[in-house]
Design a protein around this ligand. Structure first.
Ligand SMILES: C[S@@+](CC[C@H](N)C(=O)[O-])C[C@H]1O[C@@H](n2cnc3c(N)ncnc32)[C@H](O)[C@@H]1O
Length: 268
């Protein structure tokens, strides 16, 4: 079921799983993004929610703190799911969360099934994004919402283009500082290694939010909102981040909220 995910990517996350919650899981901005995703989703009691690339379950658990909803959580890493499964058992949440080892490229869910599809820092690992976004649109109910939290970082282009490398390094500079501040050396080291993968496009295929918006519009989403997550003086001030509100011409009742974070973002 996870054949479309490169072996290297799975090995990378298998290796990271045990340390995930004590590295990226310690970074306050990561939690700020997760909280914002949940809040922008407008989740309500009884909603059916899909978490794509759930990892150790940080996002899913925040959904459950907010509403009495039902979660389906998928991930291509058995190891990540193993950590999440332990949490589910410890918290007696097995009637609320259904886990599947499954890749984003292989979502065999019925059409019009979910009220909310959410994903945080997972879909940039998918190389061919169009079919995945089209599938997300298909499995959402009319009026449903796709909420994406990811980096507003365009790593496309010629690997050896110095401007591309500069662009990525500029982004990483802030990321690494935040990782060190909140998660210490272990978090810094993980994010540093991640950075190299971004530069070499090894299982990391980030695109900017302009590109995400286009993908979502092409898939048929009607209402697209992007809320940049600014730096962390912002934990209480997320909403100060400007918002780009777009209503494409065609009609559809489905919407997407995108939450991008980019230290140098000028969006207002
Ligand atoms: C950085 S973690 C994010 C985990 C969680 N969403 C969070 O925000 O804390 C990325 C997760 O995406 C998963 N992943 C990577 N590529 C995937 C794919 N093609 N399909 C499903 N999951 C994938 C990894 O196994 C990993 O658990």
């Amino acid at each position: 079921m996870t054949d479309q995910v490169p072996r290297d990517t799975r090995a990378w996350f298998a290796d990271w799983a045990n340390e995930y919650d004590t590295t990226l899981g310690k970074v306050r901005r990561h939690h700020a993004m997760l909280d914002l995703v949940v809040s922008r989703s407008g989740v309500r009691d009884g909603d059916r929610v899909l978490d794509i690339g759930c990892g150790t379950g940080l996002l899913s658990l925040k959904f459950l703190e907010r509403a009495d909803c039902g979660i389906t959580a998928i991930d291509s890493s058995e190891k990540m799911l193993g950590i999440f499964r332990e949490k589910i058992e410890q918290c007696h949440l097995s009637d609320r969360i259904h886990l599947e080892e499954r890749s984003a490229e292989d979502m065999a869910f019925p059409s019009h099934y979910f009220d909310i599809v959410a994903s945080t820092v997972a879909l940039h690992h998918v190389k061919e994004k169009d079919p995945v976004i089209q599938k997300v649109y298909d499995i959402l109910k009319d009026g449903g919402r796709f909420v994406l939290g990811d980096m507003d970082l365009d790593t496309t282009g010629d690997l050896e283009d110095p401007r591309r490398i500069e662009r990525i390094l500029q982004f990483l500079q802030k990321e690494l500082a935040l990782a060190m501040e909140d998660g210490g050396i272990p978090a810094f080291e993980r994010m540093y290694d991640n950075g190299k993968k971004h530069i070499l496009n090894e299982g990391e295929y980030c695109i900017g939010f302009d590109q995400w918006i286009q993908l979502c519009k092409d898939a048929g989403f009607l209402q697209v909102e992007v809320t940049p997550l600014k730096d962390l003086s912002g934990l209480k001030c997320w909403w100060r981040g400007g918002r780009v509100r777009m209503v494409p011409r065609w009609r559809s009742s489905k919407g997407i909220s995108g939450l991008g974070f980019s230290p140098g973002s000028q969006k207002t």
